[in-house]
Write a protein that binds this ligand. Sequence first.
Ligand code: AMP
Ligand code: ZN
Length: 447
Amino acid sequence: MLKLYNTASRKVEEFKPLGKMVKIYTCGPTVYSVAHIGNLTAYIYWDLLVRVLKKDGYAVKRVLNLTDVGHMTSDADTGEDKLEKGAAREGKSVYEVADKYIAEFMKDYHALELVEPDVLARATDYIDEDMEAVDLMIKNGFTYETKDGIYYDTSKFAEYANFARLDLSGLQAGARVEFSDEKRNASDFAVWKFIKPGEKHAMRWDYLGQPGYPGWHLECATIIHKELGEPIDIHTGGVDHIPVHHTNEIAETYAMTGRALSQNWLHCNFITIDGEKISKSLGNTYTLAELSEKGFSPLDYKMWVLSGHFQGTRNFTFESLEAAKTRRLNWRNRIALCYQKDIPSDGKFDEILAAVNNNLNSPEAFAIIDNASLSLDDWQKVDQLFGLKLLDQTPDISPEQYDLIHKREVTRAKKDFAGSDEIRDSLAEQGIAVRDTADGTVWEYLE
Ligand code: AMP
Ligand code: ZN
């Protein structure tokens, strides 16, 4: 039985699918720069979610969006437009910037062995649907027009504050000083922005008689409406999405359809680096490529992420990444041993599966793996569950390498230690270590 924490109810609940196909939506990246390791944690945890559901026998349809329409650096529709910012930085068009960083994101996505989404939805492919959505919201009386665009009147949706347990009166009071004269409530937000004459904004579409572009939250509501149909089973994102982005997606969906957006909501927590927030000024915005330069594979990072729970606060350090790498090597070497000896299963795979079914408790599952006796068959199942490429990278060694190991044993038995060391060195050059145990020599991977 799968149990998941649901942000909507603030409780761990038994997962009950709404239909035959489990419908999942994952808020994806804004493609204006290379993702840092903090950005990537969400996709790793939601990959585990999809793998667990599949292992449990569910058919899954998962949609991941790519935000290639610019949106503001602040959730409150102010600040710089992220894609325009990327374009100015690189002397490229916004479209070139989006293409470049979608390619970069997908490179990371594949390096992390993440299950391919069933639909990869680019926001710019859904502009007509965005306009239809705004038409509906206008028709249903949830919006008003300002000089700036079409705004959602959050006072029209009685449940607006419920999802994030927002204190709307506090929000209103706090916002007084910088309150836009045309906005009716502090929590109101743009569903469509107008581009004023002379304003530079490369991405623009004609709608309501003037150029403009969709507000950020709209793409997710629209894509879900078109690709999945609401309500969906599970909506995922980062904890920062709860008070604004997801609250607004819920409001938009209600205004368009009168329906709830999602039955379950999963949010992963933020990671810190060396105890600090990830920020450019602290120089701690590591990318996967930068971890590789320091000798860590993307899968070492995936291992690090899954060593902690998605709801926990995690502190990334290179020592803890080293520990994750060592653990991964240890698992690979245990698999290597399975090729050499018949390692019996102690049946603990069921406990591993139970741990991840208990609100995706990957750290507990990892602790069980550390202490279980797993057969090659068990390891295959572990690898399917976590996507760590443990087996793909550990094919059995070649007959020539087995011959060398045997030759070394004979040389050693003759007490020709110089000769046996020479063979050991030659194996080491091929990435293989030998270990002499009471049961004879076994080989392991060096790195
Ligand atoms: P940003 O590009 O910084 O706006 O981040 C995009 C998304 O990545 C955010 O909305 C978060 O959900 C996620 N994210 C950013 N920083 C972190 C972090 N330190 N840990 C986990 N997730 C993060
Ligand atoms: Zn979203």
